[in-house]
Design a protein around this ligand. Structure first.
Ligand code: PGA
Length: 246
C-alpha cells in the first residue's frame, strides 16, 4: 500500500520540517509506503528532514526540458540534485487551472522516466463526465494519451492516481464501490494495452476527499492500492490515521 500526501500550496519551510517530524515520529514501522509532496520551495527542507526516515519526498510537478528559458519552472535534474526522485504529474489542478494537457504530460512522463524517476500520474473525470456516463471513456483517454506510448518496462516506475475531479477538496468522496469499479476498469484497460502481469503490478491510488473516517473502507477494496491525500495530509494526526488504515 502507498499513502501519499499532496500538500499543494501549503506550509512554509519551518512548518514542512515540523510536519515531516511529526509524521515520522508517529509512523512506527508500517509496511505502507509513505510519501509527502511539498511545494518546490520547501523540497530542500523536506529532503533534509526526511533523511533517515522512511518518508519519501516527491515534487508536485516538473518541466520536461533539461534547462532553459522557462520562467518559473523546475527540471528533473534540479529535483534529483536534492535527492528527490518521485514526481506527481497531471494533477487535476495542473490540468484545469494551469492548462496542462495530455500530450504535455506524456512528454513530462518521458523525461521523468528517462531520469529514472518514479511518476505518480493523476487523472480522473469531471462531474459532467460522470453525469453524461462517459467517465470510463474519459479515464481511458487520459491514460492512453498520457502513458500508453510507454514500453512495458517503463511501468515499474509508474504509480497511477485515480482522482475524480468532483471529489477533490469537495468533501464528497467516491464511494468505495465507485472507486473499486473504476480501479478495476483501469486494470482491465492496462491488460488490453499490455498484459495481466503488468496490470497486476501497477499500484493504483484513489484520491479525492480521503479522510480518517473513510480511508479504511476505500482501502479495503481489492483494486485500491492506497491513496493520494490532499487536505487531510496537512495535519499529522489525520494523515497518520489514514496511513494506519492502509
Ligand atoms: P483532497 O485532495 O484530499 O483535498 O480532496 C486530493 C488531491 O487533490 O490529491
Amino acid at each position: 500500500m502507498i499513502v501519499a500526501g499532496n500538500w499543494k500550496m501549503n506550509k512554509n519551510a519551518t512548518e514542512t520540517t515540523e510536519l515531516i517530524g511529526a509524521i515520522s515520529n508517529g509512523m512506527g514501522d508500517t509496511s505502507t509506503k509513505v510519501m509527502v509532496a511539498p511545494p518546490f520551495v520547501n523540497l530542500a527542507a523536506a529532503a533534509d528532514s526526511a533523511k533517515n526516515t522512511n518518508i519519501i519526498v516527491a515534487a508536485q510537478n516538473m518541466h520536461f526540458a533539461e534547462s532553459g528559458a522557462f520562467t518559473g519552472e523546475v527540471s528533473a535534474s534540479m529535483l534529483l540534485h536534492l535527492g528527490i526522485d518521485h514526481v506527481i504529474l497531471g494533477h487535476s489542478e495542473r490540468r484545469a487551472l494551469f492548462g496542462e494537457w495530455d500530450a504535455l504530460l506524456a512528454k513530462k512522463a518521458d523525461t521523468a522516466l528517462d531520469k529514472n524517476m518514479t511518476v505518480i500520474f493523476c487523472f480522473g473525470e469531471e462531474l459532467h463526465d460522470r453525469k453524461n456516463d462517459i467517465h470510463f471513456d474519459v479515464v481511458k483517454n487520459q491514460l492512453s494519451e498520457g502513458l500508453f506510448h510507454l514500453e512495458a518496462n517503463n511501468w515499474q516506475n509508474i504509480i497511477l492516481a485515480y482522482e475524480p475531479v468532483w471529489a477533490i477538496g469537495t468533501g464528497e468522496t467516491a464511494s468505495p464501490e465507485q472507486a473499486q469499479e473504476m480501479h478495476a476498469f483501469i486494470r482491465k484497460t492496462l491488460i488490453e494495452r499490455y498484459d495481466p502481469d503488468l496490470a497486476d503490478g501497477v499500484s493504483i491510488l484513489y484520491g479525492g476527499s480521503v479522510k480518517p473516517g473513510n480511508a479504511r473502507d476505500i482501502f479495503s477494496k481489492p483494486d485500491v492500492d492506497g491513496g493520494l491525500i490532499g487536505g487531510a495530509s496537512l495535519n499529522a494526526d489525520d494523515f497518520l490515521a489514514i496511513v494506519q488504515s492502509a
